[in-house]
Design a binder for this molecule. Structure first.
Ligand code: GCU
Length: 599
């Protein structure tokens, strides 16, 4: 039995190589989008083992399981599932909005996709998931490739030795149950969209391929572009080159056994057009190695703070932002380029130069569009409210999601802030947990600012920001809800704010619900007039805050939440949007727009 166990572990290990392949979009890709069969499995019968009749005796434990896509040759067999007779849904998609039986469903759904694939000689094949919410157990041709936890970051498995020319069957068990020790935990204010929520694709690469790279402006010298390129299983002596045609620069070198090329490209003064919201200049980067060419479009800029000022390319910048959840026009999980255009073009129309992508890493289309449109980005992991700060496994999960978020977006000029957490209640464990995340982030990426959306403390008439995390954060961000969850809007101009830190201050949330089209007196909650008045008053107060460097009011668009149940007003939506889920702007949209135009 021990040998068998060892073999099973080895087998699992052999296939569970999870690496992040940089710029998955610009590889030789075969999309597995389209119709997938699915089986809803609330009682977890997918692993159920049972005895088959005589001739099927071999490894009966495996034969009964869904991941074997078993088809009984004999009608007398006790087989209680059949993917090919099961319903289909279009992937990528959340399941909640594709099948009304799954609208509120939280549990396991098994997905199956069959396909043929001819892998060329001297090539390797990876199976890439842009995101699966929340846990994915992945099997190809009955073999376990591995498990991934975390609903908003990409992962891939090598399948070079498992793929067949014909009749591959890919089975993915997806479980979106909310769990106390997960990240996020059981309590959130957004819809728990489950499933294969972003693209699933096959990525064919050379036997020795460009696995990763980081290309940025040198922090110490803004006329130098520096970074590294990492090759997987390098063949020493092979030439590698990186070129930036628009700067007429090319570097060619050979790789040592480490497979890593560290490089610096020196340009003259004034040669580089720095990326900024006003001029989102992106340079084409071309990397050639071992017969493969990878292209990317990268912007070069610096971001830093000086006391309480944020400096972009050395000049002060005020972050005119808005918070955004990743939802599409039909009230499902956003994922496509059109979904990204819908949200970010509204942010531009609002007069923003900055967006807070809440409360989890959004899909890559949105980040790349922000690069193109010139929107600065705050990206965050879902360390949200009351996660279990005492559990080391919870910490490992949060750090892994942070790692995968940074790996995917470290070459995106628009991303200037990595945020560790949102509204986490003060405790020693929580502060220790998040200080470790900050340390980890800075060790992985020293070029961006680190923040977290904090809660504030209120005592005898003064609101203060003295969260111990402030010592380690580059930016102090906090959420406050004057006029919605407390306080009187009439006091707005007299309320005092103090910050313990001489650091830039961002109001990462404020707002109030309004049902679009509901009108009344400006003192009447839930009306558009009340929301507009709330914005007018909050903006007066915010303008007087010490070290104010930006804001991202809550929120651009109404979004689904199982907590928002007021009939006729919320109906399952959080109505703090400046735009309704039907895409209609409310009065407060123009209040904020006017404020930004003046800023
Ligand atoms: C909180 C939280 C948001 C939530 C919002 C609200 O601060 O950060 O996720 O949706 O407030 O209550 O509407």
């Amino acid at each position: 039995m021990r040998i068998l166990l060892f073999f099973v572990l080895l087998q699992n290990f052999a296939y569970a190589q999870q690496i992040t392949i940089q710029n998955s979009k610009n590889r030789q890709i075969t999309h597995l989008n389209g119709d997938w069969n699915y089986i809803i499995d609330p009682y977890e019968t997918g692993y159920y083992s049972f005895h088959l009749d005589e001739y099927d005796k071999k490894s009966d434990f495996q034969m009964g399981a869904f991941f074997n896509n078993y088809h009984s040759a004999n009608k007398n067999n006790l087989i209680e599932y059949d993917f090919d007779k099961s319903p289909k849904m279009r992937i990528p998609n959340d399941w909640n909005t594709q099948d009304e039986k799954l609208f509120y469903y939280e549990g396991t759904v098994w997905f199956k996709k069959s396909f043929d694939y001819t892998l060329a000689k001297h090539k390797r094949l990876f199976l890439n998931f842009a995101a699966v919410n929340y846990q994915a157990d992945v099997y190809l041709n009955g073999k376990k490739l591995g498990t991934h936890v975390g609903g908003f970051t990409s992962f891939c498995f090598e399948i070079s030795t498992v793929i067949k020319e014909k009749d591959n069957y890919l089975v993915v068990k997806v479980d979106n149950k909310r769990l106390k020790d997960a990240v996020p935990t059981t309590n959130t204010d957004w819809w728990n969209y489950g499933g294969l929520t972003r693209e699933v694709s096959l990525m064919e690469v050379a036997d020795a391929f460009i696995e990763d790279y980081s290309i940025q402006l040198d922090k110490k010298n803004n006329t130098t572009i520096a970074g590294y390129i990492k090759v997987n299983t390098p063949t020493t002596g092979q030439p590698i080159s990186i070129s930036i045609p628009a700067l007429k620069k090319i570097i060619t070198d050979t790789l040592g056994p480490t497979g890593i090329l560290n490089f610096s490209i020196h340009t003259g003064m004034g040669a580089i057009q720095y990326w900024s919201p006003k001029n989102p200049k992106l340079y084409e980067i071309i990397i050639d190695y071992n017969g493969e060419t990878i292209k990317d479009r990268i912007g070069f800029r610096t971001i830093e703070t000086n006391a309480a000022t944020i400096l972009l390319n050395g000049a002060p910048i005020f972050l005119k932002g808005i918070s955004i959840h990743e939802e599409n026009a039909t009230g499902g999980r956003g994922k496509t380029i059109e979904d990204a255009k819908r949200l970010l073009s509204w942010a531009k129309e609002l007069g923003c130069n900055y967006v807070r992508l809440a409360h989890y890493p959004h899909n890559e289309n949105t980040i790349r569009l922000a690069d193109e449109l010139g929107l600065l980005v705050w990206e965050e992991i879902p360390v949200y409210w009351t996660i279990n700060f005492k559990n080391p496994a919870t910490y490992h999960n949060a750090e892994n999601q942070l790692n995968e978020m940074i790996d995917r977006d470290k070459n995106r000029a628009s991303v200037i802030i990595w945020s560790m957490a949102n509204e986490t209640p003060l405790s020693d464990e929580r502060t220790f947990f998040i200080k470790n995340l900050i340390k980890y982030t800075k060790s992985k990426d020293s070029t961006r600012l680190v923040s977290a959306a904090l809660l504030t403390q209120y005592s005898n008439g003064v609101n203060s920001i003295n969260d111990p995390l402030g010592e380690d954060l580059d930016l102090i961000a906090f959420n406050q809800y004057l006029g919605w969850y407390g306080g009187n809007l009439e006091d707005a101009e007299t309320i005092k704010w103090t910050s313990k830190y001489n650091k830039p201050l961002i109001v990462s949330e404020f707002g109030g619900d309004a049902k679009q089209g509901l009108h009344g007196d400006k003192k009447e909650r839930w009306t558009e007039e009340y929301q507009a008045y709330l914005y007018i008053q909050n903006l007066k107060m915010i303008d007087k805050m010490p070290h104010l460097a930006g804001l991202s009011p809550w929120i651009l668009v109404d979004f689904r939440s199982p907590r928002r149940l007021l009939p006729g007003i919320q109906d399952g939506y959080n109505r703090k949007g400046l735009i309704s889920n039907k895409g209609i702007k409310k009065k407060a949209f123009w209040v904020l727009n006017k404020y930004y135009l003046k800023k």
